[in-house]
Design a protein. Structure first.
Length: 129
């Protein structure tokens, strides 16, 4: 979806969602033997895509913002419970970290801000004309 609609700052979202978790987890959680970071990038992509579509699609804005709200709720539930909602890593050599999802969410919002808000095209909550 992101590539199809030509959202130009998606690369920034991927870069931020890849670099920040790696640096943070290497320095703050050295006990993690391996960190893949794919969930951070996927979360950043969903956040970025939802914000971009909400800005463009005035009729579907509520749907895109609701999807973003569900993503935030998922991250909150995972943070509070300490358990992932959709992945069961039984026996697999990795842990799902809600903090990685939070960093991905922030990366998507930052990329949206630099890509759209700086161009003078912020998300407006006014009714379409």
């Amino acid at each position: 979806m992101i590539e199809h609609f030509g959202y130009r700052k998606f690369g920034l979202a991927c870069l931020l969602a890849t670099i920040f978790p790696g640096i943070l987890f290497m320095t703050m959680k050295p006990e993690l033997a391996e960190f893949g970071g794919l969930s951070s990038v996927a979360t950043g992509a969903v956040a970025y895509g939802c914000l971009c579509k909400a800005r463009e699609d005035t009729k579907g804005r509520v749907t895109w913002l609701a999807l973003l709200g569900l993503l935030v709720a998922k991250i909150l539930v995972e943070s509070i419970t300490g358990n992932p909602l959709f992945v069961q890593p039984d026996g697999l050599p990795f842990r799902v970290l809600a903090s990685a999802h939070l960093i991905g969410l922030c990366a998507g919002v930052i990329a949206y801000t630099f890509g759209e808000v700086r161009k003078g095209r912020p998300l407006s909550f006014r009714a379409p004309r």
